[in-house]
Write a new protein. Structure first.
Length: 271
């Protein structure tokens, strides 16, 4: 069974082509695939299914069935969509530089740019309130943002590089009953942010596409601006985000690293 490995600003994924949606992709298999010792190793899995075969409505032919490394399902993955698009274009499965990808958060129009980067229409980034999080003994007051998936964005004057994100920061489970992605941000100047993230269902990752949209939306909200464009530096690289009322975009790189064959016995034993 074919698999590919790819990443978007070092947020890495196992990609499983499954056009007829026949794979029995259990949470246990996802967790095993993402395990960096007993599996391939990744932050998540991108299963490539035809929307029609997956029983979902989409203006696009292809649906991204995204799973977090712990096996949980999330509504959307911004870095994952770019890698998904790179695969479709390289495999000759997508016509032209502009098309639509189906996701659990809805359809996402994409554009493959001349320089190889991918721009994703990320939909609305909606401020849903404020809440708190704790990293060790340090507490932060954050801005809650819905980008199709939940985020809590905390700005700090201290260099985010100094935060110890080895453990899950505490958060308000009543405010975020489905869990939350936690971003910690330095404002570096007009239209320039630096971010680290502890992702729901994964842990700290080197990048989070929906998270970069959330942090720009939070910065715009706090500045009382109608719209914003920002470069966001994450440990895995740099993306460009725009946020306006009811819409947002994410632009960044996407790389396919490897192609291979999953061992059938391994697949059967890890279900
Ligand atoms: N962990 C996230 C999904 C992946 C988001 C991230 N990898 C991205 O690029 O947007 C969640 O549970 O909502």
């Amino acid at each position: 069974m074919e698999f590919l490995k790819g990443h978007g600003t070092q947020n890495d994924f196992v990609l499983l082509p499954d056009p007829a949606a026949r794979l029995d992709l259990t949470p246990a298999r996802v967790a095993a695939l993402c395990d960096r010792q007993r599996g391939i190793g990744a932050d998540g899995v991108l299963r490539v299914v035809r929307a029609a075969d997956f029983g979902v409505e989409s203006a696009g032919e292809w649906f991204m069935d995204y799973r977090n490394a712990d096996g949980s399902i999330a509504e959307m993955c911004g870095n994952g969509v770019r890698v998904f698009v790179r695969y479709l274009v390289d495999a000759g499965l997508a016509a032209g530089p502009e098309f639509v990808i189906g996701t659990r958060a809805g359809d996402r129009p994409v554009v493959v740019r001349e320089d190889g980067t991918v721009t994703v229409q990320m939909g609305p980034a909606t401020i849903t309130g404020s809440s708190v999080t704790m990293v060790g003994e340090q507490s932060f007051s954050g801005v809650a943002v819905d980008v199709g998936n939940p985020h809590l964005v905390s700005f700090t004057e201290d260099d985010v590089a100094g935060l110890d994100l080895r453990d899950q920061p505490a958060f308000d489970g009543d405010f975020f009953p489905e869990g939350v992605n936690l971003e910690f941000v330095n404002a570096l100047g007009e239209g320039h942010l630096r971010m680290r993230v502890y992702e729901r269902g994964v842990g700290e990752t080197r990048a989070c596409g929906t998270g970069t949209v959330a942090v720009v939306a939070a910065a715009q909200h706090l500045a009382g601006l109608e719209s914003a464009e920002s470069v966001v530096d994450i440990p895995g690289g740099r993306v460009v985000v725009t946020v306006a009322p009811g819409e947002s975009t994410l632009t960044g790189p996407a790389e396919i690293v490897a192609r291979g064959e999953l061992d059938e016995a391994w697949w059967a034993a890890n279900g």
